[in-house]
Ligand binder design. Structure first.
Ligand SMILES: *Cc1c(COP(=O)(O)O)cnc(C)c1O
Length: 419
């Protein structure tokens, strides 16, 4: 459930009519709802009531906006980060270092050092090589890195290939067949306290079965590790829960996920870490856009909006579906191709889409844009970076300025020898 709804024929974010935001900030603009973010955080937390010892770390990569992190931090969430840039955002939003988990296959030595200096709570090591390097860096600083070893369980998450992460040929984690041996090697190194294992098999999962299969394999591995004399006190179950992008789409609810987790892990005797991203932020945001013009087509008309693939990359990148609707629907429908102004055909949000009838100047939204939206924006076609707004009841604030193309050009230099 979210707080974007029609009132008196005008779509509102909580109590704010979207045309008011469009007039004040311009379009395109991402609009987030604080009440929705808080609701999703609460629902996820409540789904895990039967898990006694846990940390819920928001996957910052899904929406790294400082104001969003501030809202979620106040809900008791930690942060799952995949770069020092994300770590700095989590810290700047007031999330305590102990509640920060550092994931990612390519942590550089400088990043590991910075994260150790910040005193973060956990590193999820993705390879033997990374573990050895982290141990050296930590030992040289006279500190101990708290770690889990990320396991690649060889489970097909059944999602889009580009966001599948738990198959044997994906780059993430160590093969489960070698996990015991690598764990043993890393656990003996000074500088690291290898206290458990981690898994994250992919994103936008529409089915709990692959998650359960991965967790069961992980549970078995915990038994094997303990049998080999290792102490296992922490298990990180990652993120991945899908959200509905289509009207009427039914996905596993957080409560079902929580019940499955509680059932599978009840005898593990560990602290569990969760890294939800999309399920918290996805439906807490929309991309508000204005129709530039409607162009006649051979078959369907092209509705050309002022948002483009540089602002919302998911359709171009993954063929993703985003529900599209008018901010002030008049009741009539049309079948249209929804496209942005960018000069490539990849800049297509939908072909032959049945949607509200729209004409030049009308406002519309792409729904479910709060996760993997603004964070993937680029300045392709010198369009600048899209702005972001947070709504809270009847008030709203710009939480990321639009970065105009001119400001990006100002950061470029023409060398003297070209002058
Ligand atoms: C991307 C990612 C997540 C979040 O995934 P969602 O599908 O947004 O919940 C969690 N953990 C890791 C390691 C990730 O890479």
């Amino acid at each position: 459930m979210d707080h974007f709804s029609l009132r008196y024929g005008v779509m509102h974010a909580e109590d704010v009519p979207l045309p008011v935001i469009a007039d004040a900030v311009g379009t395109p603009v991402y609009v987030y709802s604080r009440a929705t973010l808080e609701r999703h955080a609460r629902v996820f937390r409540e789904a895990l009531v039967d898990v006694p010892d846990k940390l819920i770390a928001f996957a910052v990569k899904s929406n790294p906006n400082l104001a969003v992190l501030k809202v979620l931090g106040a809900q008791g969430m930690g942060a799952d980060v995949v770069s020092v840039g994300e770590m700095r955002r989590a810290l700047a939003a007031g999330i305590t270092p102990e509640m920060i988990v550092f994931s990612g296959v390519g942590k550089t030595a400088a990043e590991m050092a910075a994260a150790l200096d910040a005193g973060i709570g956990q590193f999820n090591i993705e390879s033997e090589e990374e573990g050895v390097e982290l141990a050296e860096i930590a030992a040289a600083r006279g500190v101990t890195a708290q770690c889990t070893l990320r396991i690649n369980p060889d489970v097909d998450a059944g999602t889009h290939d580009k966001i599948s992460t738990g198959k044997a040929d994906n780059k993430f984690g160590v093969p489960i067949s070698e996990a015991g041996q690598i764990f043993g090697k890393l656990a003996g190194l000074p500088g690291v306290n290898l206290r458990g294992v981690a898994v994250h098999i992919g994103s936008q999962l529409a089915d709990l079965a692959p998650l359960e299969a991965a967790f069961l394999k992980l549970g078995e591995l915990v038994g094997v590790l303990r049998g080999a004399g290792h102490e296992v006190t922490h298990v990180d179950l990652g993120g991945g829960l899908g959200v509905p992008y289509r009207v009427g789409e039914v996905l596993p609810q957080p409560a079902e996920y929580g019940a499955m987790v509680a059932r599978v892990t009840k005898d593990w005797g560990v602290k569990l870490i969760f890294e939800p991203g999309r399920v918290i932020a996805g439906n807490a945001g929309v991309l508000l856009t204005r129709v530039v013009r409607v162009k006649r087509g051979i078959k369907d008309p092209f509705v050309i909006v002022d948002a483009a693939m540089n602002d919302l990359a998911r359709p171009a990148l993954y063929g993703a579906y985003h529900h599209f609707e008018a901010v002030e629907p008049k009741g009539a429908q049309m079948t249209a191709n929804i496209v942005g102004p960018i000069c490539e055909t990849g800049d297509t949000f939908a072909m032959g889409r049945e949607c509200d009838a729209l004409q030049a100047g009308d406002l519309a939204v792409f729904r479910t844009a709060g996760a993997y939206g603004a964070t993937m924006a680029s300045s392709y076609n010198s369009r600048g970076f899209v702005a972001e707004v947070l709504v809270d009841g009847d008030k709203f604030a710009v939480v990321a300025d639009r970065i105009e193309a001119g400001a990006i050009m100002d950061a470029e230099r023409v060398p003297e020898w070209l002058a």
